[in-house]
Design a protein. Structure first.
Lengths: 114, 114
């Protein structure tokens, strides 16, 4: 196990609603990244947080927002949910080890928007 | 053209076979490379980082070819338990904003048959 945890595991929401997903990083890891994985696709980068600041963002609209807390845990918030937001949401934690940033994923939150 | 491309497969191989996957990337500035394994409806698990000199971990060997911009994964003596989707991922590397985001391919499905 990676030590990265996410909650909830599954969620069903209605179009237009808002959702908050949570992630606890592996002990000692100061960077959290969020990814969206649609069925049959590889994960797509949403954004990354390093020491409580956004440290890069993928091609996602502003209704996708996030936070990182002093203990390095993180939240992903999605407003005005759309049907296409149905996906597996993954968070990954990492830290600098000898110049590489291996990312370790949590089990994910499966979001269904109806 | 996708930034990271993989043959989706499936690769159907008998137990004990050797199988190889390639993954091409388009950004010549990419610095870090990884192979992940993903079981159905689970999170990606880091299989190995790929170093310039190539690296081996048991039955798994990864190679990097910067000139042709591809990475490869070789699995020897395939086991039934190797059946999964194999995702390659690249990053630009370094500490600057956004350079540590993973860009994934869509994955190659491997089915090892008895």
């Amino acid at each position: 196990e990676t030590g990265v945890t996410q909650s909830p595991t599954h969620l069903i929401k209605t179009r237009g609603q808002q959702v908050t997903l949570r992630c606890s990083s592996q002990s000692g890891h100061n960077t959290v990244s969020w990814y969206q994985q649609a069925l049959g696709q590889g994960p797509q980068f949403i954004f990354q947080y390093y020491r409580e600041e956004e440290n890069g963002r993928g091609n996602f609209p502003p209704r996708f927002s996030g936070l990182q807390f002093p203990n390095y845990s993180s939240e992903l918030n999605v407003n005005a949910l759309e049907l296409d937001d149905s996906a597996l949401y993954l968070c990954a934690s990492s830290t600098n080890f000898q110049g590489t940033y291996e990312q370790y994923f949590g089990p994910g939150t499966r979001l269904t928007v109806t | 053209r996708k930034e990271v491309e993989q043959d989706p497969g499936p690769f159907n191989v008998p137990e004990g076979a050797t199988v190889a996957f390639n993954c091409t990337y388009s950004n010549s500035a990419s610095q870090s490379f990884f192979w992940y394994r993903q079981d159905c409806r689970k999170e990606p698990k880091l299989l190995m980082s790929v170093y310039s000199s190539g690296n081996e971990d048991g039955r798994f060997t990864a190679q990097l070819n910067r000139a042709s911009q591809y990475i490869s994964l070789l699995i020897r003596d395939s086991k039934l338990s190797d059946s999964a989707t194999y995702l390659c991922a690249v990053t630009l590397g370094g500490r600057a904003t956004g350079r540590r985001a993973l860009t994934f391919g869509s994955g190659t499905r491997l089915q090892v048959q008895p």
